[in-house]
Design a binder for this molecule. Sequence first.
Ligand code: G3I
Length: 354
Amino acid sequence: MIDRRALLAAPLALAACERFAEAQTPARAVPGLKSITPFPVGTCIKSNQIDDPAWVDLAGKHVSQLTPEWEMKMEYILADGLDRPRFDGPDRIAAFAAERGMRLHGHTLIWYAQGEEAFAHLDRARFTAAFDAYIATVAGRYRGKVVSWDVVNEPITDAGDGLRDCHWSRALGQDGYIIRAFERARAADPDAVLFLNDYNLENTPRKGATFLKLVERLMKAGAPIGGIGSQAHLDIEIPAGQIRTFIRNAASLGLPIHISELDASLRSDRRVDLRSREQRLAQQTGRVGELVEAFMALPASQRFAFTVWGLRDTDSWLRQGERDDGQDQPLPFDAGGRPNPMFDAMVAGFTKRA
Ligand code: G3I
């Protein structure tokens, strides 16, 4: 009679052995990603990572651009209320980027997911004034420190059938809040490249198409939109070709493109995942390779930057809290900073002769 506990314990024991073996493997010599690309390679940053020498060394070797992962958002800046903005976290990140000669991409001014509580109970006039003042204050504070902003984040519904209904659209109109945000950001910072940013644009073709129709509408309306941000939180089970098709369609608008938040989880939303680890890694490197190849095929003027949403697997939002299964490898490096197969797929794509 096989003991069920032994059966359940076996994979965990195997994973622990794998991790122990990994820890004994010296990191192999690899090129710095930023040294093999003609465009900036970026990663997200939390201010407490500045106190992690291993993270600072890895970031210094591989990236030349940083995106605050959460501290330049309303959830941080307005944590104490609309009238008491706090900037210690984003200021520290901006100073670190400047000291290291790294570009800073601002993320994000207006997002459907944040700000509702801070802006609640304001009548239309005060809401509009507070909306304008927030953008003027934040984009004005980092003028000359950021090269770009995600002015509006995630405006399209998950189904891709239209624009999200949110506190911003209810107060200022669906295209209205977006156009106003871009206009106020341009007024606060005449030089920053202003992006519209969203996710699942490759994974869900209908969403990608709706997003690009919005960008076209904004351009026709004269909004100062300067770039397209595709987050690229890749679903590695999508068919080959979908990523290439979206990037090509996006490129036809003529704007710079920022791959703004790449990660590629090995996990599946399906309850029972029958794929082997090797199969999942092959899917991951296949889709990441397709994304890199599509980005490399863009004209140089449209390759704004290529940003991964974290460097080490354990830095990923996908490895925090209840999401963490202890085994996901969504990023280029493992917990010890050793290259994953995803890193090799990126290097192969970045160095492939045209
Ligand atoms: O670190 C603090 C901790 O000190 C504090 O006690 C705790 C209190 O809630 O907050 C912790 O900060 C958390 C932060 O991540 C750092 O881990 C915030 O609560 C949490 O809200 C924040 O989540 C971020 C999330 O956006 C919401 O801002 C994730 O890190 C970040 O990866 C995620 O990134 C988003 C992009 O902005 C937009 N695209 C999707 C992407 C993934 O969801």
